[in-house]
Write a protein that binds this ligand. Structure first.
Ligand code: SAM
Length: 197
């Protein structure tokens, strides 16, 4: 199983603002691109993938939308509009939720009010964490076990204090080379590296 967590620091938790954010400062298209490249391949999809999108521009709580590819019955297309509609639906389902609550949205999709830090603490219990960082260990030199979990951000960097938390959780910094890539391009390169092993 491969798990990806996108910390979308600029992504609004209001569904209308999420949909209006494509191409704007929030760059919400990043969420669709990451979902697309994490789950889909030509004429099919990957069964062994879980994606968490953590949306952090919020008046109350961050929302984590969890997509489990093998449990999803209606993949509904891989274009930006279809994928963001799924995220928007999860946000609508999360209206009125209190802190640390979770709700099912549709088959394979769940939404939770949880911070990025709390989510990774939970994932660290049964996953090995890898935080994407150009100055980390080159991916070609890194061994992976059964349950890797890859942590990425949108266009806004991971706050410095988060690296302290991730270090305490034993996260490994992982590099895909010196060039700054989009998060969705990192996902493709990670799949490629793991597919070849
Ligand atoms: C567009 S980048 C983030 C850009 C942001 N301005 C920054 O300075 O971190 C999106 C994500 O991809 C990761 N990333 C981009 N290029 C990378 C590379 N060559 N190796 C490892 N991670 C990379 C970043 O760490 C980040 O999680």
């Amino acid at each position: 199983m491969r798990t990806f967590v996108l910390r979308a620091r600029a992504a609004p938790t209001d569904s209308a603002r999420l949909l209006a954010g494509v191409g704007g400062e929030a760059h919400t298209e990043i969420l669709a691109h990451v979902l697309m490249n994490a789950i889909f391949v030509a004429q099919s999809h990957r069964e062994d993938v879980i994606v968490y999108l953590v949306l952090e521009s919020t008046p109350d709580y961050s929302r984590s939308v969890r997509f489990e590819a093998q449990a999803m019955r209606d993949l509904g297309g891989f274009d930006e509009r279809a994928l963001l509609a799924k995220v928007a639906r999860a946000l609508d389902a999360s209206r009125g939720m209190g802190k640390d609550e979770e709700r099912p949205v549709e088959a394979g999709v769940r939404v939770q009010t949880i911070s990025f830090e709390r989510l990774v603490e939970q994932l660290a219990v049964d996953h090995r964490l890898y935080v994407l960082d150009r100055k980390g260990t080159p991916i070609g030199e890194q061994a992976f076990d059964e349950r890797p979990c890859f942590l990425l951000t949108d266009h806004i960097p991971m706050p410095k204090k988060t690296f302290g938390i991730l270090d305490r959780l034993g996260a490994t910094r992982l590099s895909l080379g010196p060039r700054m890539l989009f998060a969705s391009q990192c996902v493709v390169l990670i799949h490629h590296a793991l597919d070849g092993r």
